[in-house]
Design a protein around this ligand. Structure first.
Ligand code: 3EB
Length: 371
């Protein structure tokens, strides 16, 4: 576990931004027009907007971090009471951390004054460079997972189509009982159908990186959040894998709309949930160690591909890469940790108990590789 917060306290490319930081108190105050006019003025800088994500122990976010775009907590660890006026969007993900009592808090540092808002079902925070936004919808109000996914993704599209932060860089999806249901009625596949209906052809020219993960407890909520910016990222596909948006229909009626990774404009590499899939097929069924090794080969190939597309990027996993490992069976966490450390000793890793969107997959890894 890592609590150094590296990546947060480092030099910010616009040093004045931190001094000017202000978070408005009442989310409901923000109208669409305010949302659209301010950030455009703030975004005049020609420098690539910096993506700064770091991890902190849940109990002690550092005093110096007075400018937060979004703060993501796992497993119900309480929000810190200190600095209530300096926090951006707060998101609670109901995934249990493994190996520690509480998972570190994921902090996306703001690059300018933060404004909170709400627009329909979308709660958001923006800082002149990026918007972080979330929709949480109750499945009981939208006729199950398909209808809820369609509703949520309609909201994503509606919000993004009028947002000055036009380009989605990364999305996360958290779904109840993701493997329940047989064949094409499996809830993950139904989620994919609803997502595709909600999006229509929005995003289809270039999909963002994403994760779609199952919670191991019932919340009745479909939770979707995302990071978007003024400038498009570059999508990266994995040479060892069929693009997910081209998966054949044996994996469901609607193929999942995501890219394997996004190179953000500042060269941060945002890697999608990656599993033991070769071509389009799951490999090493029933063998978590072998699935981990295949997943690592997939990650290395993807990072290598990104470095080809953007010379100057690191071409392999490194200590600057932050991993989130979703583990189906918590007893396998220690084995996974040993093997990951053998691959690279000082990887910063968070383990979360989760279901993976194909029944036979035992783990999935996502990461952010800071520029
Ligand atoms: C895979 O490679 C594993 O549906 O948005 C990973 C990341 C996966 C994102 C999604 C699904 C999604 O197909 C599953």
């Amino acid at each position: 576990m890592d609590g150094s917060g590296e990546g947060i306290g480092r030099e910010v490319y616009h040093p004045d931004a931190l001094k000017k930081t202000k978070v408005s108190g009442s989310p409901a105050d923000q109208t669409m027009s305010q949302r659209v006019s301010d950030p455009l003025k703030q975004a005049a800088s020609a420098a690539a907007a910096r993506v700064a994500v770091g991890y902190y122990p849940a109990a002690s976010l550092p005093e110096s971090t007075d400018s937060i775009l979004a703060e993501i907590r796992f497993g119900g660890s309480p929000h810190a009471a200190s600095h209530p006026a300096s926090r951006g969007l707060r998101i609670d993900v109901a995934l249990r951390p493994i190996g520690t009592a509480s998972a570190p808090v994921e902090v996306w540092q703001a690059q300018g004054p933060v404004t909170l808002g709400q627009d329909g079902s979308v709660r958001f925070a923006h800082d002149g460079q990026h918007v972080f936004a979330v929709v949480e919808a109750d499945e009981r109000q939208h006729g199950g997972i398909l209808g809820t996914a369609e509703f949520v993704y309609c909201e994503v599209r509606r919000f993004q189509q009028s947002s000055p932060y036009r380009h989605i860089l990364r999305m996360w999806n958290y779904v109840d009982a993701v493997n329940e249901g047989a064949g094409d009625m499996e809830r993950y596949r139904q989620f994919c159908v609803g997502r595709a209906r909600g999006l229509g052809d929005f995003l289809s020219e270039s999909y963002p990186a994403a994760s779609a993960v199952g919670r191991q407890q019932l919340t009745h909520s479909l939770q979707v959040y995302w990071l978007a910016g003024h400038v498009a990222g570059v999508a990266v596909e994995n040479p060892r894998q069929v693009s997910a948006y081209r998966y054949p229909h044996i994996y469901g009626p609607a193929s999942p709309g995501f890219s394997r990774a996004t190179i953000a404009p500042d060269d941060t590499l945002l890697i999608s949930g990656t599993a033991s899939i070769l071509g389009h097929a799951s490999h090493h069924i029933g063998d978590a160690a072998a699935q981990l090794d295949e997943t690592l080969r997939n990650l290395e190939a993807l990072i290598g591909q990104a470095a080809k597309q953007r010379p100057g990027l690191r071409s392999s996993l490194s200590s600057g890469t932050r991993l989130k490992v979703y583990v189906r069976d918590t007893e396998q966490m220690e084995m996974i940790d040993r093997r990951l450390k053998a691959h690279l000793p000082d990887l910063a890793t968070t383990y979360l108990a989760a279901d993976i969107c194909r029944k036979e997959l035992l783990l999935e890894i996502e990461c952010a590789q800071l520029a």
